[in-house]
Design a protein around this ligand. Structure first.
Ligand SMILES: [Fe+2]
Length: 330
């Protein structure tokens, strides 16, 4: 049993994991596969099922438990092909991971792999992917996941934990074969600006969760965030304290301009990858300090082999402190 990394008594510990790709494709009707899913299934059979391994994910979840986080943030790509049966499998796994009070989820591009004929099966993840039970009454009105084919209509959600606001976005939408792009869309960007402004007015430490990489030059063109410039413009105008993303399957650090400086964007490794990059996750200790916040990030990465996995602390760094007076609400 791993002992938890030391932390200050008043630190709020967040575990950030991403891209577990934990499901096994299992379709109920051939019509479900008459699209991009057919070549996607072959790619999974040939390669992906050998590199994303459930035993690695299980070891990672066990290590997270040892670190006793106050909350878990999961930035998408739970499935392979976004089939309804896979969303059921992922829901079962989420139920084991924790309830909606302690686990927050956003979808990734694999979770909306092909267009749906009816409502999005992502509604199965509702308890982990929605506003707090008693949402901010001034929250922008949104369609329910069960009523919309475009899951993005239900985002962003906002969850408050103490003085921390978690804001979950969706960039997940079906794309042509070979493409893995994503986008927020103008309507969601508008709502995101409202959420950031309201949380800023409260003086909250704002964390935005987004699946795609929000910084230029870090990922291939076919995997890009198509409206990255518009997203960065919202951040430049409304501010944020931290952005968490996935999609790249490796740890990344980028920066976004804010009205008072710049904010870090942290990318998590895949939570189930055997190679070429090691699996891992990030632990963030966020702590109130005099007139502001401090944030320490620690990456835990896995090594070893089947049945003998162990995690090592690879990098640990204190991010620039946030001065409460610089949290803005443009
Ligand atoms: Fe992805």
């Amino acid at each position: 049993m791993t002992s938890p990394l030391p932390r200050s008594a008043n630190a709020w510990r967040l575990a950030h994991l991403s891209d577990p790709h934990l499901t096994v494709p299992d379709w109920r009707h051939w019509r479900e596969m008459l699209n991009k899913r057919a070549p996607g299934y072959l790619a999974w059979r040939r390669r992906r099922r050998h590199v994303h391994r459930r035993e690695i994910l299980d070891a990672l979840v066990q290590d997270i438990g040892c670190q006793q986080p106050d909350h878990i943030a999961l930035t998408g790509d739970l499935t392979q092909l976004g089939l309804a049966s896979e969303c059921h499998q992922a829901r079962h796994w989420l139920e084991q991971l924790g309830d909606g009070e302690t686990v927050s989820v956003i979808p990734g591009n694999h979770d909306t792999y092909a267009p749906e004929r009816g409502a999005s099966p992502l509604s199965l993840w509702g308890p982990w992917m929605q506003d707090d039970p008693e949402p901010d009454t001034s929250s922008p009105s949104r369609s329910c996941l069960t009523q919309s084919r475009d899951n993005r209509a239900a985002f962003p959600w906002v969850r408050r934990r103490g003085g921390i606001s978690l804001i979950g976005t969706s960039t997940a939408l079906p794309t042509p074969w070979t493409m893995a792009t994503g986008g927020l869309g103008d309507a969601q960007l508008e709502r995101l600006a409202e959420c950031l402004s309201r949380a800023g007015q409260r003086g909250d430490y704002r964390i935005v969760m987004i699946h795609h990489v929000p910084c230029p030059g870090m990922i291939r063109w076919r995997k890009r965030l198509t409206d990255m410039a518009a997203f960065r413009q919202v951040i430049r105008r409304c501010g944020v304290e931290l952005v968490l993303h996935g999609h790249a399957h490796r740890p990344l650090l980028g920066w976004l301009d804010t009205p008072t400086g710049r904010a870090p964007a942290l990318g998590a490794p895949s939570a189930s990858l055997s190679h070429p990059e090691p699996a891992g996750y990030a632990l963030l200790d966020i702590m109130p300090i005099t007139k502001g916040w401090s944030t320490t990030v620690t990456y835990r990465t896995l090594s070893g082999h089947s049945g003998h996995w162990h995690f090592t602390t690879r990098d640990s760094a204190r991010l620039p402190d946030v001065n409460a007076s610089t949290i803005t609400a443009a």
